[in-house]
Design a protein around this ligand. Sequence first.
Ligand code: SF4
Length: 330
Amino acid sequence: MRILSGSRPTGHLHIGNYVGALQNWVKLQNEGHETCFFVADWHVLTTAYDKTEELAALSKELVKIFVAVGLDPDKSILFVQSGVKEHAELCLIFSMITSVPRLERVPTHKEMKEQLQGATDINTSGFLLYPVLQAADILMYLADGVPVGEDQLSHVELTREIARRFNYIYGCELFPEPQSLLSKFPKLLGSDGRKMSKSYGNIILIDNNEKHLTEQILPMITDPARKRKTDPGNPEICPVWDYHKAFGVTEEQKEMITDGCVGAKIGCIECKRILIRNMVTIFEPIWDKIRLIDQSPGYIDQIIFDGNDKARRIAQATMEKVRSAVNLLF
Ligand code: SF4
């Protein structure tokens, strides 16, 4: 399969993103699929066009995290969207065949409009068009699979519709209909038990260290029934248990924690210390890699340069076919 996915460079990639997306990307890469992962910097402009001071730096930071978590530039194409201008051209062509009412019906459009109300002016054509840009990002690489979270399913559905419509209108079979590849892990809640979000100040960053991680995990909300160690609890309603499942709890630990929690034999702090140890085992190599990359100036720039070049070659080949199908002179 050819697989493509991307992430916005907003500067706060957290462990929920790691579990829900990045870990899965690395797995897909290592299974031998053709994988392309990109920094969706133009997408930031759809909602924060007036806050771009750090955009270039955050784009590089994101590629650094990609590499640190295990995306390998020799196996995957890692690129930055604005470095491949063909995305804008394909988005323009797709916008001609996509109706405004259809875009207004995209569930995330309504949700984001409500969320962002008052924060920024989102009555822009770019905001409405962002699922079309996403369709261009995906179809440019003739991707068969798109790893997504549940909230993005409607975008892949729209991408399939645009592919079908293009092929039908221009009498060709140029674009495949990509499938959504849902990540199997549920969304992790933030340290305060609410949705993990920068605006709530409850995110746990990937770029972290053991001390900071400990400070964030120890005060985490648990089963409210467990006020004291002697109160029996239920792991299934505890956010810490979801973290355990996401971060390598062993069968032996699982049994010990479940038994200890239900039977009021272990305290929540002890349970959280097991979690911290497991998380450090997973994240320490990532933190080391981040430090190593920080000591190699130019390394990330070179990865972006090479990745953009590889992506551009594919994009140029696709656009040749698109222009020919649409009968454009140039
Ligand atoms: S013992 Fe662990 S699973 Fe049980 S309530 Fe406390 S933190 Fe949650």
